[in-house]
Design a protein. Structure first.
Length: 169
């Protein structure tokens, strides 16, 4: 079964702490105090890393740590194939609505060629709202110019589905 994004993030932070010799508890605390601001596009990745990892001298570089972070991004080929097929077969508009920082979002869009089949991205870092804020979904609906009742939303977090459903999605 697929691991939730939240659980995957926890596991990646734990592995990073082990790999780079960081205090996992301290890093997690700093992450939780800072991450929402990063995802909302109000901090760059450099600023986030300065607050969470590089607030003191480290025996490794920012570039080494960022390379590790970017390497954790993995595609879900079955989902990509499914979405491509459904888009082609039914002429669908495809949007990605996500909570994510700018550098990771643009990395994934480029690396996995998501722009080839996704019509638009409404990422928290671009619009400065995070799920479950209903405004994030409203922005996606406004850009799509599609009635909410004609939208299918695929999500692994029940609360986010509930918020979208409250808007008629």
């Amino acid at each position: 079964s697929r691991v939730s994004a939240r659980e995957a993030g926890r596991k990646m932070r734990r592995r990073a702490a082990e790999l780079f010799g960081l205090d996992h508890e301290e890093m997690s605390e700093r992450h939780h105090l800072t991450f929402d601001t990063y995802e909302e596009g109000k901090l760059s990745l450099e600023e986030y890393l300065r607050r969470v990892v590089f607030y003191e001298p480290r025996p490794f570089s920012r570039e080494e740590f960022k390379a590790y972070m970017f390497a954790q991004s993995q595609p879900f080929p079955d989902m990509i194939r499914l979405v491509r097929e459904l888009k082609s077969r039914y002429g669908l508009k495809v949007a990605v609505v996500s909570n994510e920082g700018r550098e990771l979002t643009t990395h994934r869009i480029r690396t996995f060629a998501l722009g080839e089949f996704v019509d638009f991205f409404v990422s928290s870092c671009f619009v400065h709202y995070r799920k479950p804020d209903p405004d994030l979904y409203r922005i996606a609906l406004d850009i799509a110019q599609v009635p909410a009742e004609q939208v299918v939303y695929v999500e692994d977090r029940a609360m986010f589905v509930d918020v979208a459903s409250d808007l008629g999605i």
